[in-house]
Design a protein around this ligand. Sequence first.
Ligand SMILES: [Zn+2]
Length: 116
Amino acid sequence: MHEGAIAESIVDILKDTAKENKLNKITKVALKIGKMSGVMIDALLFALDALRNEESIIEDAKFEVVENDIKAHCFVCDKDFYFEELTDIVLVCPDCSMPLEIIEGKEMEIIEIEGE
Ligand SMILES: [Zn+2]
């Protein structure tokens, strides 16, 4: 993943949102990043920080990241399984051995934007 490019697209979204809502600056941004998204959170925050100098709209913005656990579902047992670490993921259902489907953990979303 290219965290620099992701940071730039986040800032683009923030600029559009600020314009639509007539905000002069963004004060807080919450991001939800799935543990399977491939995004390195430290690198993303670093890239966002680096953009503060160029983009005055985010100069004082506080970025918060919520890491989303991985959720997999077995359609045979109709059960959900959660994995906190990538290394913990099992690909088959522990109960019936059918393949699990990953239904959460790949996301990269902006869940909250505050500004003034
Ligand atoms: Zn199962």
